[in-house]
Design a protein around this ligand. Structure first.
Ligand code: GLY
Length: 369
């Protein structure tokens, strides 16, 4: 990819402005006209992404202002966990880019404690009969979703940090379930699989944030691609690498001319006019770099080149680097099209994975997921 170093420079200026604009808000989405981020509740799954951006910036530059802006977030999220709340399997998304990376970069023992406590909470959602982690709360007791692929990293981190392999056993068992029940033969991915709580049998599959039970939600595809590549990095188990590659090949084959995914690869007969999802593109781009790093150079090159094409298009066609008043980095994300919410907006997780991928291309060595 051309200009990765200069894009990185522009991103620093952008994030410096975002620190002023965002202040104490927990950003989630921003409409395209105003470009002003909302302030979401702290138990929402996206609470970790803005601090994650700040910690990557701190790690890459050593500048104190990023550390100072990031410092309080795991404290605030933990405080929310002591009140009435709706935390669920997404504690990985919330604590890996806050408490865990804070501990890795600064040695903060409270960050370590919070990270281990989140891993315990996630491990406690494991259903032994079905070999899956329960996703959401309330009546959705047997529901498992592909997004959990990204949360597994907190279990593998906790296994290494605590010396207790049970966390990794659970992470691997869930990853095996993803490979068996979520990834179809052609590499497309289901969003929701519902299991019988007692027997562990599959009861039904659901469309969720995708167009339908047989569709191919692009962000879910990206969660599987990136999540299973991470799982391979932690476990060295070849089956996860192969599964991630299978998903990557499907994802890449389905891209339109400008390399930025539509919200669902099977939304309609023709995808002309269907909304894009830049967050899926950014997450997949970063996951492809994990695949590239996992393989011998000659094999990995194709994934790295694909990442370059996606990031180039995101920067040139969907970026806001030339719009200082816009608080986000990417336009044209799709949150939940079937629910009619957050279509054609900026999404903080799109911004996060874009920065994560650009940082990797600029030599970033630590990993959050
Ligand atoms: N984890 C929820 C989403 O991808 O929208």
């Amino acid at each position: 990819m051309k200009n990765v170093a200069s894009i990185w420079e522009s991103l620093q200026n952008k994030v410096d402005r975002m620190i002023e604009q965002i202040g104490d808000k927990s950003p989630h989405f921003a409409p395209p006209d105003t470009g002003v981020y909302d302030d979401m509740r702290l138990d929402w799954w996206t609470a970790g992404f803005w601090p994650g951006i700040l910690w990557i910036m701190y790690d890459m530059t050593g500048k104190k202002r990023y550390k100072e802006a990031a410092w309080e977030w795991d404290i605030k999220i933990e405080r929310k966990s002591l009140e009435d709340n709706n935390f669920h399997h997404d504690v990985g998304f919330q604590y890996l880019p806050t408490a865990v990376i804070k501990y890795k970069l600064t040695g903060d023992q409270d960050g370590r404690r919070r990270g281990l406590s989140a891993a315990n909470f996630l491990a406690g959602r494991f259903n032994l009969a079905g070999g899956f982690l329960r996703a959401w709360n309330q009546e959705k007791t047997g529901w498992s979703i592909i997004d959990t692929a990204m949360n597994l990293s907190i279990l593998f981190w906790a296994a290494g940090e605590s010396g207790d392999p049970r966390f990794a056993h659970i992470g691997k068992a869930h990853a095996d379930t993803i490979v068996k029940h979520f990834i179809r033969g052609d590499g497309s991915v289901r969003h929701i699989v519902c299991f019988d709580l007692g027997t562990g049998e599959v009861v039904e599959t659901r469309g969720g944030q995708g167009a339908g039970p047989d569709s191919a939600w692009s962000r879910g595809t990206a969660w599987a691609l990136h999540g299973l590549a991470n799982t391979y990095r932690y476990t060295g188990d070849q089956s996860y690498l192969e599964a991630s590659q299978r998903v990557a090949h499907y994802f890449l084959a389905m891209l339109p001319e400008d390399y930025v995914a539509h919200w669902d690869f099977r939304a309609a007969e023709t995808l002309e006019g269907e909304p894009r999802d830049t967050s899926a593109a950014a997450c997949a781009a970063s996951g492809l770099l994990e695949l590239s790093a996992a393989l011998p150079a000659a094999q990995g090159r194709a994934y790295r080149e694909a990442t370059g094409r996606i990031l180039q298009s995101l920067t040139e066609n969907y970026g806001t680097l030339d719009r200082p008043k816009h608080e986000a980095i990417l336009l044209s994300g799709t949150g939940n099209k079937p629910a009619g919410s957050n279509v054609n907006v900026s999404l903080i997780y799109g911004d996060y994975f874009y920065i994560e991928a650009i940082a990797k291309l600029n030599g970033w060595k630590h990993r959050i997921f």
